[in-house]
Design a protein around this ligand. Structure first.
Ligand code: KIV
Ligand code: ZN
Length: 522
């Protein structure tokens, strides 16, 4: 029996998806992205049909300002906004950065919990009320789309929040966000907070209420759903749930929960769910964080039935154990697709069917790579092709290009590598011994590049089965206080490792060029 959502809001009712992968997600260690990567994610977010993209925090650094500006210009339909503190410089920078957007917006925040006021802001409640109202009024002179957040709302005094929210709505805020900043709330409690605020704030029905949850207790999605059942009509989330500490609400989980349980929730998002899996893979590739196999919706095992009883049931009728269809999420069927006799046309068609958008990819080069993979590998699967195209997209104009690599190893001799990099048109060759072939290769690459980073993480994953499978390597390196990820894919694991390291060294170089982030205090 369907239980009606008590917060149902009419026929056109839907939950807006506010994606903060590029701001709250990117803010977390090891998830930094360069501008080109942010643009690729932003375009995928537009294909997903999200309502709002939080593109960054313009005032935090010139690099962030530039990313917000480029994203604002690159997408047309979603609202693009920048985060901003209640400071004049922040507001001005944010407004400037989103100026070129089709639908520009600003997201102003200040903490409202006593603990933040006392220890972080050193402000009284009166000060916070004034700062919030002043900031919203200042932004409103230039822009209509203003979201206001009471940071640490879930640990704030509800009646004080009623005062702040009442004033910011009067000053022109159109969206009110009540974040569970520390991931401290439980669903029933967060739901009650939304109900209380909607009941006590004059003009509550004229604004959109938004939930922004962190996953410290593993409750971000449950808390977001509780907020929706109590009137929230926007959820702030990230692809794969990346974000500060344990992450933010996972976009794919909340979207699919709304869709799968529409009987109970009575309201859905407008996300094109078939773009979920490509988005998840793209982000994992970009930041170098593999998706855990048991991650709901997008993990490798999310639709794998291992137990005999389950397999038997699924064979008899899928609905016995499957509550969602993998194809609805855009998961490729991993079927045998193309072989060495396939032409360029068939290759490009297959990529389109897989939802790949070829912006920035050299199709000729990708096709040549595909042909050479067909020579090495008996069976080429969809996932192999996706890895190959992602590898191709990574090799955009860069500081370092791998020209050649020779690696030797035997049971009697120390592994040795010789690599040649092209750096600004000139070739640089370097050699090194190592504990293994990959180690020797990395050390030779550091010498050739003139950078000596610390390798913090290294992982290899086989894309499809068999010893001829494409291997996907992710590495995380740290240098001068900056951590970046690199990825590479190749049928030879040492080559995939070298490509991953060159990718990471290029990112380090790019980040060194971008001015360091300024202090982002209160
Ligand atoms: O978690 C949080 O409170 C935030 C705000 C800036 C919205 O990310
Ligand atoms: Zn947050």
């Amino acid at each position: 029996m369907a239980i009606e959502n008590p917060a149902s809001q009419g026929a056109t009712d839907h939950v807006r998806i506010f994606d903060t992968t590029l701001r709250d997600g990117e803010q977390s260690p090891g998830c930094t992205m360069n501008v080109e990567e942010k643009l690729a994610i932003a375009r995928q977010l537009e294909r997903l049909n999200v309502d709002v993209i939080e593109a960054g925090f313009a005032a935090s650094s010139p690099g962030d300002f530039d990313s917000v500006r480029r994203v604002a210009e690159a997408v047309t339909r979603p609202v693009v906004l920048s985060l901003s503190r209640t400071r004049a410089e922040d507001i001005d920078q944010a407004l400037k950065a989103v100026d070129g957007a089709g639908n520009p917006g600003i997201h102003i925040f200040i903490a409202t919990s006593d603990i933040h006021l006392k220890y972080k802001l050193n402000m009284t409640r009166e000060d916070v009320l004034d700062a919030a109202t002043w900031a919203v009024a200042r932004a409103k002179q230039h822009l209509d789309y203003i979201e206001f957040s009471c940071e640490d709302a879930s640990r704030s005094d509800w009646d004080f929040m009623v005062k702040v929210v009442t004033e910011v709505i009067r000053a022109g805020a159109r969206i009110i966000n009540l974040p569970d900043t520390t991931g401290h709330a439980i669903p029933e409690e967060l739901g009650r907070m939304f109900a209380y605020m909607r009941e006590h704030v004059p003009g509550a029905e004229s604004v959109i209420w938004s939930a922004h949850c962190h996953n410290d207790l593993g409750l971000a999605v449950a808390n977001s759903l509780a907020a929706i059942r109590n009137g929230a009509r926007q959820v702030e989330c990230t692809i794969n749930g990346i974000g500060e500490r344990a992450g933010n609400t996972s976009m794919e989980e909340v979207v699919m929960a709304l869709r799968t349980r529409r009987d109970l929730m009575g309201v859905e998002s407008r996300v094109d769910t078939r773009q979920i899996y490509p988005a998840s893979r793209l982000l994992a590739q970009v930041i170098g964080w593999p998706v855990p196999p048991n991650k709901p919706i997008v993990g490798e095992n999310a639709f794998a039935h291992e137990a005999g009883i389950h397999q038997d049931g699924v064979l008899k009728h899928k609905l016995t154990y499957e509550i969602m269809k993998p194809e609805d999420i855009g998961i490729p069927s991993n079927k045998l697709v193309l072989g060495k006799h396939s032409g360029r046309h068939a290759f490009v068609n297959r990529l389109k069917e897989l939802g790949v958008h070829m912006d920035g990819v050299d199709v000729e080069r990708a096709f040549a790579e595909f042909k050479s993979l067909c020579d090495k590998k008996k069976v080429v699967y969809d996932d192999d092709i996706l890895a190959l195209v992602n590898e191709e997209a990574r090799r955009t104009p860069e500081a370092f290009e791998l020209v050649d690599m020779k690696v030797t190893s035997s049971t009697r001799a120390t592994p040795r590598a010789e690599v040649t990099l092209r750096v600004k048109g000139a070739e640089r060759t370097a050699e090194s011994d190592g504990d293994g072939m990959v180690d020797a290769c990395f050390k030779a690459l550091y010498r050739a590049a003139g950078i000596n980073p610390t390798l913090e993480r290294y992982s290899v994953k086989s894309i499809t089965g068999g010893t001829d499978a494409l291997g996907e390597v992710s590495c995380l390196v740290r240098n001068d206080g900056m951590t970046v990820a690199g990825q590479g894919a190749h049928s030879d694991i040492v080559m995939a490792s070298a490509l991953a390291m060159v990718n990471a060294l290029n990112r380090l170089k790019a980040r060194q060029v971008i001015a360091q982030r300024v202090d982002v205090g209160p």
